[in-house]
Design a protein around this ligand. Structure first.
Ligand SMILES: N[C@@H](CS(=O)O)C(=O)O
Ligand SMILES: [Fe+2]
Length: 236
């Protein structure tokens, strides 16, 4: 495969590939993503960070067929264990270092979820997951550097399941964009789709946290690198 020259070219190539049929050739898309060398000046207008949680920034709505977005991870930020609503999920590291941890769907007998493998996603590396391959969570392990990843979801989805790592219980999490096409989305109040807090509360306890500061029903889940500090909890 030829090298993709720029971020804009990559978006154009994705459009061609995904418009050309209904079958997703995973290897082809992975090679396409791998062939682009990240240049921050080409994508930085989409990369908008928040202090408290990782952000999802829409780059291309893909004619309704797929979504391309940049995810911006502050120091120590992470997602919690989640699925991808039966979509294909491609990701590529555009900046920094990320770790992807994988899990199986919990069985009927719920219990602590055990990581079945993990991979480092170094700069420019590409990964792929779908629900048949299992669940995952992603984290920026750095205390000092931010990270940015490009994600492609085909078909697009706006909610997924999140899983309590201690019990395997699942909840629905609505997913939103922090910005679209480089423009910040005005503050919105989102209806909660999850059951009452009691069921979700347990989902977010990271080692060392108290129950009180863990009521969080969203997909983001900051890693607590400094046990002496309290983890920041997003309140929607
Ligand atoms: N799938 C997650 C990001 S990740 O942790 O893979 C999302 O779209 O927000
Ligand atoms: Fe994911």
């Amino acid at each position: 495969m030829e090298l993709v020259g720029s971020f804009q070219d990559l978006l154009g190539e994705c459009r061609k590939v995904f418009d050309s049929g209904n079958v997703v050739d995973v290897d082809q898309v992975m090679s396409l993503l791998a062939s682009y060398t990240s240049k921050p000046e080409e994508w930085k207008k989409f990369a908008k960070f928040d202090r408290h949680k990782y952000t999802r920034n829409l780059v291309d709505e893909g004619n309704g067929k797929y979504n391309i977005m940049l995810l911006c991870w502050g120091e120590g930020m992470a997602s919690t264990i989640h699925d991808h609503s039966n979509a294909h999920c491609f990701m590529k590291n555009l900046r920094g270092h990320l770790i992807e941890r994988r899990y199986d769907f919990p069985t009927e007998e719920l219990g602590v979820m055990i990581e079945k493998g993990n991979q480092d996603l170094k700069l420019n590396q590409v990964a792929y997951i779908n629900d048949e391959l299992g669940l995952h969570r992603v984290e920026n392990p750095s205390h000092t550097n931010v990270a940015v990843s490009l994600h492609i979801y085909i078909p697009p989805f706006d909610q997924c399941h999140i899983f309590d790592p201690r019990t395997g219980k699942q909840n629905v999490s609505k997913m939103t964009f922090w910005s679209r096409y480089g423009k910040r989305i005005p503050f919105q109040i989102h209806e909660k789709t999850s059951p009452p807090a009691a069921t979700a509360a347990a989902a977010w306890t990271v080692q060392g946290e108290t129950e009180e500061n863990t009521k969080n029903e969203s997909l983001d889940n900051n890693v607590q690198h400094h046990p002496q500090q309290q983890a920041v909890v997003q309140v929607k």
